[in-house]
Design a protein around this ligand. Structure first.
Ligand SMILES: Nc1nc2c(ncn2[C@@H]2O[C@H](COP(=O)(O)OP(=O)(O)OP(=O)(O)O)[C@@H](O)[C@H]2O)c(=O)[nH]1
Length: 311
């Protein structure tokens, strides 16, 4: 394929995860050149997998898989990468779940995450995907803390052609969410995506605000918000894992979106997150354009992380 040809999603996925799979390869270099499998090599493999952010449980499982009947045998790089991909796929399969319209009009999707995680662009990308599926979408600029966040979301709304409910900087986010649901109901909108502030440094305020939004939404429809999606920046590595911990507690997260997998060698943490929390992962981001955020195929994703054959 020439450089100018448009890339398919699979190309982008494998290209985006290249730094992650290369880092795994670097960490495993000494193993790839070993004569035969022994206890020490297995220790090295386990260590390399942990250093590659896959998490200790996964590292141990892969170690056990490789040990099965293979002692004193020479393992090829291809075989090792294949086994890694197979084990990753097992963990990703149950969590790879796209965000879907479930006929609760309006279905309210609360989007949370720290500033800079890619929240605003994720909202726009999700909105566009729903639109493509024939759904009507409305946005609510609930990050009332920063004028820039409101402005950015307005620009995106205009670009993709969806209505937006926005208030003033410093306004009441719960009040805005309430108003947005009212308008979405009136206009028979399928999906309302609500942005929120991401001030993790002020945990009690954040908690109060999210709790208030939930309370207000719940008053209109006890099932609302129907989804609470946490956006994580993959480049933050372990920090992303601790964000799941905090937000799970303050906002009853129902699913994850992981952005910027193309900008890091630490993509393995998606697997660690899946294993540790078991939360659905609705979509992943491998670039800045509107089409770069999508649900993922667990087998492809596993191969992309493990760097095993791209066929
Ligand atoms: N390379 C890459 N960049 C991304 C991805 N997702 C988001 N970005 C970029 O990350 C930056 C931050 O994204 P925003 O959507 O503005 O993040 P945010 O969390 O809303 O940030 P604030 O508006 O500052 O709170 C932007 O420049 C995005 O284009 C991704 O998957 N890959």
């Amino acid at each position: 394929m020439s450089d100018s040809a448009p890339k398919s999603w699979r190309d982008k996925l494998f290209g985006g995860l290249k730094r992650t799979s290369e880092k795994l390869g670097t960490n495993l270099t000494s193993v790839f050149t070993k004569a035969a499998l022994d206890e020490q090599t297995l220790d090295e493999i386990e260590e390399a997998l942990i250093v590659s952010d896959l998490g200790p449980a996964m590292a141990l499982r892969i170690r056990d898989r490789l040990a099965e009947g293979k002692f004193n045998k020479v393992l090829t790089e291809e075989y090792i990468r294949e086994i890694i991909a197979e084990e990753i796929e097992k963990v990703l399969t149950p969590v790879a779940r796209p965000l879907e319209f479930r006929a609760a009009r309006p279905q309210v999707i609360l989007v949370i995450g720290v500033n800079g995680s890619g929240k605003t662009t994720t909202i726009a990308k999700l909105a566009k995907r729903f639109q493509e599926q024939g759904r009507s979408v409305m946005l609510a600029a609930g990050d009332t803390f920063r004028a820039a966040a409101i402005g950015q979301l307005k620009v995106w709304a205009e670009r993709i052609g969806v209505p937006i409910v926005a208030g003033k900087e410093g306004g009441d986010a719960a009040g805005l969410a309430f108003e947005a649901v009212r308008q979405a109901t009136e206009q028979n909108i399928d999906i309302l995506i609500v942005d929120t502030a991401g001030r993790l440094q002020n945990r009690s305020e954040l908690m109060d605000e999210l709790a208030k939004i939930r309370r207000v939404l719940g008053r209109l429809d006890p099932a609302s918000p129907h989804d609470v999606v946490l956006v994580l920046d993959a480049t933050t590595g372990n920090n992303a894992l601790s964000q799941i911990e905090v937000f799970k507690e303050v906002a009853q997260v129902t699913g994850l979106v992981m952005t910027k997998l193309d900008g890091t060698a630490r993509g393995g943490m998606l697997v660690a997150a899946a294993e540790k929390y078991g939360l659905p992962i609705h979509a992943i981001g491998v670039g800045e354009t509107i089409d770069d955020l999508r649900p993922f195929d667990p087998a492809d994703m596993a191969k992309a992380i493990a760097g095993s054959a791209y066929a």
